[in-house]
Design a protein around this ligand. Structure first.
Ligand code: HEC
Ligand code: HEC
Length: 436
């Protein structure tokens, strides 16, 4: 019952029938009542800005709606991917030997932020910041894997009471609008990089060049990448992964201990296991693709018409240099609803030096990103965030802006300009950003 209801709830086309289904079918009535989303009102049509994607007659104000007006076959793929994204996996599915959470949705609930997270650990020098040359205390890498399943016995945890080991958190980021991020052409990212290189104020974003780490597949619908190719990374907080199939396979393997044709090996573990309770590769390619299609088809939640004064202040404060209001999706991206359209993501997809305060001190584990660099966070669906910044340290947009101001941060001048605004103008910026 819940399964059927979920499918109804996530479909942009079929929500029209919801009230009828709920009241007419006695069996379903219970499920409808017990689901919090059944009582959500349909929001009135927002007046989208010129750059915003086309918004239909009305849309549920939820973070995980499909792009409006998709053809039926794509809505079906979205629903199937959504169900897999939510599905908790068990030992018999190939969970483990190491894992962190059982489903994608535990860390990206409804496509929004968290509550699940990943922890990283690294041996640092006495300054508490610089990564130490000797990382041999961490033989199983920099990622904490707190749980075991499928025969695994020994989790990977930070060494206890060791002040030389710095532990940092990465909260599962929102995954809305990531199809638009996949669709931006490399040339567009490099164009913005070149523009920033010419600046004289120290804001110099750089593309993260990474080595494609998944196995090569015959399926070249979204990209024709081959293992070992040097490409621009886009996904992950430091843009270390170039495509959504690749990221999905990486998350299945790294966060859930689920192997797939793209990432067929279990991650190295203290028990030396090379397999788990399910022999061989745990899930087929279709399982990776469907989850990736859900990510690609997630809409940009409708935005109110931007206040012209707020937009001007966002630009005056130089927020828009890194949080580029819009990029262009390439014309040959395989999803027509995205191809050739503006991608109003409020990110340049580039890495910036954000200074000491935000630094995670990790040696270059994320492609070419250094321990002080982060990819400009896309500002999409921020009203669904309860916390901000990679580790959730900020509880409001204003706190997030202040957190940009660490020693050596490329954004320090931007924060200074924002701080010099009148309280009323600061509030205009805060409200504008919070509604994106
Ligand atoms: C244990 C928590 C956790 C689980 C489970 C998890 N993720 Fe994530 N996810 C994260 C974190 C943390 C990041 C940021 C990772 C990084 O910076 O490398 C992330 C990043 C992502 C991104 C990139 C978003 C961006 O802004 O570039 C995508 C896409 C994604 N996850 C999809 C998935 C999918 C699909 C699954 C299930 C197969 C999944 N995740 C399971 C925590 C999780
Ligand atoms: C030099 C580039 C740069 C400038 C300038 C900049 N930002 Fe950011 N912004 C980033 C990066 C990089 C992150 C991600 C940092 C992290 O997660 O630790 C970020 C994160 C954010 C977040 C948190 C988003 C989330 O999902 O948690 C908000 C909100 C934000 N910026 C707003 C602003 C505003 C408003 C301004 C102008 C006052 C601004 N930024 C200026 C680069 C920049």
């Amino acid at each position: 019952m819940t399964f059927i209801f979920n499918k109804l709830r996530f479909s942009s086309v079929r929500w029209f029938v919801l009230p009828i289904v709920c009241s007419a079918a006695v069996g379903l009535a219970l499920a409808c009542e017990s689901d919090p989303h059944a009582t959500l009102a349909i929001t009135p049509t927002p007046d989208a800005g010129s750059d915003a994607p086309v918004v239909g007659p009305s849309q549920l104000d939820l973070p995980d709606q499909p792009i409006l007006g998709l053809p039926r076959d794509l809505v079906d793929l979205f629903d199937e991917g959504d169900n897999l994204f939510e599905l908790p996996l068990r030992d018999g599915d190939g969970l483990g030997p190491l894992y962190t959470q059982r489903s994608c949705a535990s860390c990206h609930t409804e496509g929004a932020r968290g509550p699940g997270f990943v922890q990283k650990m690294v041996v640092v020098e006495a300054d508490g910041l610089t990564p130490a040359a000797d990382q041999s205390k961490l033989p199983f890498g920099f990622t904490v894997h707190p749980l075991v399943a499928g025969g695994g016995k020994t989790p990977v945890l930070p060494p206890p009471n060791d002040p030389t080991v710095k532990v940092t958190t990465r909260v599962g980021p929102p995954v809305m609008a990531r199809g638009y991020m996949e669709a931006v052409a490399d040339a567009e990212i490099l164009r913005v990089e070149a523009e920033q290189r010419a600046r004289t104020d120290g804001i110099h974003g750089v593309a993260n060049w990474v080595i494609y780490g998944s196995e090569t597949t015959a399926d070249a619908r979204f990209h024709g990448l081959k293992k070992g190719d040097r490409v621009i990374g886009r996904f992950g907080l430091k843009a270390r992964v170039p495509s959504l199939d690749d990221f999905t396979a990486d998350a299945l393997q790294g966060d859930m201990g689920i192997t797939s044709p793209l990432r067929p090996a279990e991650i190295a573990n203290p028990d030396g296991l090379t397999d788990d309770a399910k022999p061989g590769v745990d899930v087929p390619m279709s399982s990776v693709h469907l989850r990736a299609m859900y990510l690609r088809l997630l809409a940009i939640p409708p935005r109110p018409k931007p206040d012209a004064a707020a937009v001007a202040l966002f630009a005056k404060s130089k927020c828009d240099v890194c949080h580029t209001p819009s990029l262009q999706a390439r014309a040959d991206y395989p999803i027509a609803a995205i191809a050739g359209k503006p991608a109003p993501l409020y990110t340049d997809m580039l890495l910036h030096d954000m200074g000491d305060a935000l630094a995670d001190s990790l040696p270059t584990t994320d492609g070419s990103a250094t321990w002080r660099q982060w990819r400009t966070a896309p500002l999409v669906g921020l009203r669904f965030n309860r916390t901000f910044m990679h580790d959730g340290r900020s509880k409001s947009v204003r706190e997030a802006i202040r957190a940009h101001d660490g020693r050596g941060s490329e954004a320090a001048e931007s924060v200074r300009i924002y701080d010099a605004l009148s309280p009323a103008d600061q509030k205009l910026v805060d409200d504008f950003v919070a509604a994106l």
